[in-house]
Every structure is written in structure tokens, then in C-alpha cells.
Ligand binder design. Sequence first.
Ligand SMILES: *[C@@H]1O[C@H](CO)[C@@H](O)[C@H](O)[C@H]1NC(C)=O
Ligand SMILES: *[C@@H]1O[C@H](CO)[C@@H](O)[C@H](O)[C@H]1NC(C)=O
Ligand SMILES: *[C@@H]1O[C@H](CO)[C@@H](O)[C@H](O)[C@H]1NC(C)=O
Ligand SMILES: *[C@@H]1O[C@H](CO)[C@@H](O)[C@H](O)[C@H]1NC(C)=O
Length: 481
Amino acid sequence: MNILRLFLLGVLLSCVLAVTADTPVGHLQVLGSHRPPSIDIDEFTLDNAPKPEAFYRDYVRNGKAAIFRGAVLGSKGFNLWTDEYIRENYGELEARIEGKKEKGGGIPVGETYIGRDTLRHFVDTYHNSSSYMVSELPQQMFKEVGIIPSVGACGLMAKRFVEIDIWWNGGGGKSIIHKDAFNQINCLFRGTKQWKLFEYKYEKWIYKHVEREDAIGGFSDVNVDAVDLIKHKDFAKIPWSNITIYAGDCLYLPKSYYHQVYSEGTNNLAVSILFSRMDGLDEIDVSDCNDKTDYKAIKHLDEFDVMWKWNGSGYMSMGRGDLVYGHQQDLIENINDFGEDLTVDMLSESQGLIAGQAPKEKFPDLEARNISRAFELLDLNGNGRLSVEEVEGATWDALRYYGLQIEEYEPSNSYIFEYSLIPYEKVRWLVTECFKRYEKLTRAKWVKLYVKNLKGTEHYANIVFDGLAGSADVVVASDVT
Ligand SMILES: *[C@@H]1O[C@H](CO)[C@@H](O)[C@H](O)[C@H]1NC(C)=O
Ligand SMILES: *[C@@H]1O[C@H](CO)[C@@H](O)[C@H](O)[C@H]1NC(C)=O
Ligand SMILES: *[C@@H]1O[C@H](CO)[C@@H](O)[C@H](O)[C@H]1NC(C)=O
Ligand SMILES: *[C@@H]1O[C@H](CO)[C@@H](O)[C@H](O)[C@H]1NC(C)=O
């Protein structure tokens, strides 16, 4: 028998085997049907929770998740945050919203903008809408957010909070399998959440969606409603954890730990405290921990400095970089790479920017960018050169300003998100279609057609109409074309 025949026989045989083999356990069933959950997650209460030093060593450093039962029951938010209280005290503040199903379905329209709502309007509608608040938490609410002592009592972790987020929906919010860049303490204030957890070391079997190489987040292509174990056959090998988090509990989820979350209850509200990755750090500085440290008391977030804070209107800073382990360290590496202290031109060039000039892109709702100004803030002795010592001594304000200059603009953080969701071409198409049908177009008619066909807001429909007709309420086709 020659090689070709042997090969063909092999192909035939494997086809037959594939057809006759049993379909894999859990094939096309909901996530977690491939095998029973087998990885236990350690549980604590405030009474037996580890102190920061041990918590870092045994959990954070090792990428091990942990549950803190009832940890925020005594926090202010847990006791105060009724719909009425939030409407009354924070109603004017805004938050970012998305559809309940991640990476699917449209972006809902809030009180004024696409993807943005006021807390008042959200409270009045979330019980019966597809809106899922996935947002940076306005800092006005920090004073009611409890921090577990294992992270917040003392020590370095309490000084490395990067960002605070709120996750709030009326039940049924469901995520895909994904991982986040930062460590997080996720505390549930209302409702119940089902978490399915997959350790980072199994990433090779997770079928990670192909993304930019430098992305530290990431998600899996596996369909959580019907896992295709033929297409994604290695997924069946992943041992996993099935955990339930109740109101008052917190979950510590290490950076890069894959998870899928389902929200239950008609009011499901969680706050997530993101803290630095601290890659490669064997132990943390706990020199501020002493005999007087209370390891059982819940502190609140207003007692801490947070790298990125947002005050509930305008451009938010969700998804920005770590000031210390990101920007500060990158600057030091940059100086080391050049082998000498940086001038403003060296710094600008390394960031693809031009000293003293705003970059080409437009940032209508973000303060003008100016790398020269950032350089001035970092160059403490004003000698026109940036040294490692200066970067090490930089304040968070200076690093924040620098971060704002170099990080990418994120449309979903802004009011003008609609411009990126509904591109110029689509608006142009609708205008053309309208004038094919109507000789005269009224403002009211346009707004209705824009909202219906392009799924945008009345706000932007009016802005577009202003562009066509000025302040008039009717426009004639021949005037425009
Ligand atoms: C929820 O919304 C649906 C559709 O918009 C509507 O038919 C229903 O009456 C609403 N229910 C409540 C309780 O508001
Ligand atoms: C996971 O836990 C939930 C809640 O206890 C339970 O209803 C569900 O059946 C569990 N799933 C599996 C696959 O064990
Ligand atoms: C909120 O922040 C913006 C920009 O950071 C600032 O201009 C504004 O004054 C702040 N508003 C309040 C109420 O603090
Ligand atoms: C940028 O900042 C520098 C230094 O503060 C200043 O001299 C310059 O005028 C600024 N440029 C712009 C375009 O704002």
C-alpha cells in the first residue's frame, strides 16, 4: 500500500470515528455542563479574614480567588442604597449604560445620550429595561462604599486602588467569559450573582478571541448559552468553580482570572474595586500596619486615594492605566532605554506626539492634550530634563495628567459616543433617503426618523438638523442639495 492510500484510509477512518463517537458531555448545553465544578474557593468572614500581608502572599500573589461572606453588611452603602435614596441623593449624577447582554444587542439610550444615563432616570426605569449600568462609580458615592480589611486595613494594596466601578441591573444581566486586567474586590450590595470561574492557567483551552497583542483584558469565543464542545473541544478539559455571591458578600478575583457572571434578583448592584496588578512583587510593604490597626473594621472609600476618580458628569476615566505600575514604570523604562534623562522632544517622540501641539484626533469633551505641559509637571527641578529620580518622586496629579496625554481616547467614556456608533455615512444616507421621499422635511419628522432608523438620540438628531436647517424647523430639499 502506498503512502497516499494509507493517508486516505486514515482520513476515512477518522471521519467514521468522529461521526460514531458519542457527542461530548455538555455539548451545546449551558456553560458548566462539560463537567461538575471541582475547584473550591476559600471562604472567610470578617472574623477570620487574613491580614493584608498574608492575603497578598497567599491569594493576590498566587492568583487565588477568595470569598468574604457578609463582609460589607455593615457598610453604609449596604444599609442606605435604596432606589429612593439614590434618586434623592445622587439623581443628577450620570453613569455609563450598556445592554444586558455583553457584546450583543444595542447600546441603550439613557435620559439624554446613547450609553449614558442619569442615576435618577436609571432608577426609574431599570426594573423594566435592558439597561445594565457598567460604569465608573461617581466619587460622590465613595463615602458609602465599604472596603474589606484584608485589602484596606493597611499596607500597599490600600494605596493602589486604580478605579472604582458600579455594576447595576434589574436582573438577568449576563456576561460572556472574560478576564480583566486588574485585581478586583467585587462586593454585592443587592441581589445574587452566579459566578463561573476559570483559572488563568487554563487560558490555552479557553478559545480566547483574537485581539490586539498588547490587550491585557480578553474574552472567550465560547457561547455561554450553548457551548460547542466539538468546535471548542479543549474547553471540556477545564476544571472550574461554581460560586454564588449574596448581597453583603465580596469576591476577590485575581487579575486575568476568567469569569462569567449571571445576575439574579430584580435589583442587582455590585461595586468593584480595581487595584494594581503588582506583577512580580513577592511581598507588599506593610510598614504602616501596627498594634492600633483594626483588622475587623470596614473602612469606606473616601478614606483612600484612588488613581482615577470621576465626579459623575463629562468624560469618565474608565479603563485607564495604572499610574504607578503603568505610567510611572514606563517612564522609568523609557529613560533607561534612552540611556539618558529625557528632553521634552525625546518624550514626545517616544509617544508619537509633537511637543507643544495637540494631536490630530479631536477630543471635544476632554481637556486639550499637551505633552509639554505634562513634561513640565514631571520635570520637578525645571532643568528641561526628566530623570529617574523625578519620575519616582512624581505626584499622582502629574502622572494622571501625563496619562491623559498619552492614553487613547475612548468614545464610550464620552457624550459623543453616538458619533462613533452612528458614522457620518449612515447619517448622510438617511438624509438622502429623506429627500428622495419628501420635498420638505420638518424637524419633528427628522428626529423621529433618525431615532427609529439609526437608533440614536433626539439630542443628536437635533444637532444634525441644526446642521441642515440652522434654527429653522423645516428644511426644503433644494436648499440642502
Ligand atoms: C415593561 O415594559 C413593557 C414593554 O415596554 C411594558 O409592556 C410593560 O407594561 C412594562 N412593565 C412595567 C411594570 O412597567
Ligand atoms: C452552580 O450553583 C448554582 C447555585 O447553587 C446551582 O443552581 C447550579 O446547579 C450549579 N451548577 C452546577 C453545574 O453545578
Ligand atoms: C467635575 O470634574 C470636572 C473635570 O474633571 C470639573 O471641571 C468639574 O468642575 C467637576 N465638578 C464638580 C462638581 O466637582
Ligand atoms: C502646551 O504647554 C506649554 C507648556 O506649558 C505651553 O507653553 C504651550 O502654550 C501649550 N500649548 C498649547 C497648544 O496649549
